[in-house]
Write a protein that binds this ligand. Structure first.
Ligand code: GLN
Length: 487
């Protein structure tokens, strides 16, 4: 097996047993990046100088046996909407193309302290708005399983980098599905933690009441390892929860006997491809065979998720993105007549079409006279959706659904039809509205492309979710398959 095909925990074990070195691991992934990045296009910026400095430090930690964590010496890619000091954080937007952050995001800081290596920043839909990574101002990222297909989005660069063997793990952010949907399209594991579990400090804000950072990895154990590194209260983010963090690996290996699983009927019916539905049903059957109990249930307000999301997320985005006025950050138009001209030309030239569409929608939803009819009403329906989940969790421990109604689609196929693109997140958006945790994991293939299963947990009970995910994973081998990326 190639080093670049391994998981974090496999690599760590080899380091501990002296079978490899930090330099050799970095060399293998760097070589793989060299080999495939031209075709995959997962990165916006590669940072080999930084990575090589980090490699030397991590190698010292290992040789001195000092301060070794489960991530010391292991590469992790960072989505390009999280600040890494001294390296541009572009959000794949012209607006921030040259903006260099003066501080680290808390998640980046935590990984750096653990001794992780940062090989680069990954491509995304501009400001995390999209489901295919085609909204990047810089490049189109390809799905490593089939280069004519999208990797999903908005964390498409991170998911593709993990699937292509360019890194063993990456960070993504998830506002309505942006970790889970690309993980599903690329056949890797991706988790959106409970809202508040992971600090958002240093994450460029899209929709603050929905955004959450989480890991993208090759298996469930690595996901738990990353969660241990990322989680916890942060005084710099007032929405981060000040509650104890469990050991996310603690439940791995426990069986699923007696776990009650609910299947929301709204997400197994119309609009879900037959191949996807069958793969997820087969996964549920397997869990039932292992002793889990399963029941169908209803989340009656789920059907309003998309309209509610596209009011709340755009309203918050229009407010968050007001700061890009050409004064403080990034791009500023040249040869402007006056200050109004500067604002308007800067924003016209700096933002892409989808971002403009969202700002216009959100500004409208918040404007006087429409606020009650749209924004306030959407907030009320959001509460109903959340209480559907609360009720379901009085009957079951976990919910299972598909991650996305389809497998990956072709590059160019949906980009001209925003509503079709928005439908891609029909199964993931309700989770962000409710603030609960969910994991996407490989559960089969349809026409040669990966299918993802979504396991949804109770708030702050990521451990039970990971336990079921791990039990499923251990009795299948989807997670062991690697995209060939043959020339
Ligand atoms: N695809 C969804 C959107 O376009 C979700 C994006 C995200 O989670 N950042 O808003």
């Amino acid at each position: 097996m190639n080093i670049y095909d391994m998981t974090l925990h496999q690599l760590w074990k080899m380091l501990r047993e002296g079978e490899t070195t930090v330099q050799e691991i970095y060399g293998s992934f760097a070589g793989r990046i060299e080999e495939v990045e031209g075709r995959v296009g997962a990165f916006v910026n590669l940072t080999p100088d930084l990575a090589e400095r980090q490699v030397l430090k991590a190698a010292d930690r290992w040789s001195e046996g000092r301060g070794i964590t489960p991530l010391t010496g292991l590469p992790v890619a960072v989505k390009d909407n999280m600040s890494l000091v001294g390296v541009p954080v572009t959000c794949s937007s012209r607006m921030l193309e040259n903006y260099i952050p003066p501080y680290n995001a808390t998640v980046v800081e935590r990984l750096a302290e653990d001794g992780a290596i940062f090989p680069g920043k990954t491509n995304m839909d501009e400001f995390a708005m999209g489901s295919s990574t085609e909204n990047s101002a810089f490049k189109v990222t390809r799905n490593p399983w089939h280069l004519d297909y999208v990797p999903g989005g908005s964390s498409g660069g991170s998911a593709a980098a993990v699937a292509a063997g360019e890194v063993p793990a990456a960070l993504g952010s998830d506002t309505g599905g942006s970790i889970r949907q690309p993980s599903s399209f690329c056949g890797v594991v991706g988790m959106k933690p409970t809202y508040g579990r992971v600090s958002r400090y240093g994450l460029v804000a899209f929709a603050s009441s929905l955004d959450q950072i989480g890991p993208i990895t090759r298996d469930v154990r690595d996901c738990a390892i990353m969660m241990n590194a990322l989680s916890g209260h942060d005084a710099c983010d007032s929405t981060s929860a000040d509650i104890p963090v469990p050991d996310h690996t603690a439940g791995l290996g426990r069986d699923v006997r007696g776990l009650r699983i609910g299947l929301p009927k709204e997400l197994f019916g119309e609009g879900i491809d037959a191949g996807v539905r069958q793969a997820v049903r087969a996964a549920v059957d397997l869990l039932v065979g292992m002793g889990a109990e399963c029941m169908e249930l209803s989340l009656p307000h789920l059907e309003y998720s998309l309209p509610v999301y596209y009011i709340i997320a755009t309203a918050e985005a229009s407010s968050n993105l007001a700061r890009y006025d050409g004064v403080q950050y990034g791009y500023r138009a040249d040869d402007v007549k006056d200050i109004i001209d500067m604002y308007s030309r800067t924003r016209s030239e700096g933002f892409g079409t989808e971002v403009k569409r969202r700002i216009i929608l959100g500004t409208y939803a918040l404007s006087s006279g429409y606020y009650d009819a749209f924004y306030l009403k959407a907030q009320k329906v959001r509460t109903l959706i959340k209480s559907d989940f609360d009720k379901a969790f009085t009957q079951v421990d976990l919910l299972i659904t598909p991650v996305s109604p389809t497998t990956a689609f072709k590059v160019g196929e949906e980009v001209g039809d925003p509503v079709q693109m928005y439908l891609s997140d029909i199964c993931t958006i309700p989770i962000n509205l409710a603030g609960v945790p969910a994991i996407s994991m490989p559960c089969g293939f349809d026409n040669g492309l990966p299918v993802g299963m979504q396991i949804i947990g109770k708030p702050f009970d990521e451990t039970t979710m990971l336990r079921a995910a791990y039990a499923y994973e251990q009795s299948t081998d989807w997670h062991k398959r690697r995209a060939a990326l043959a020339e």
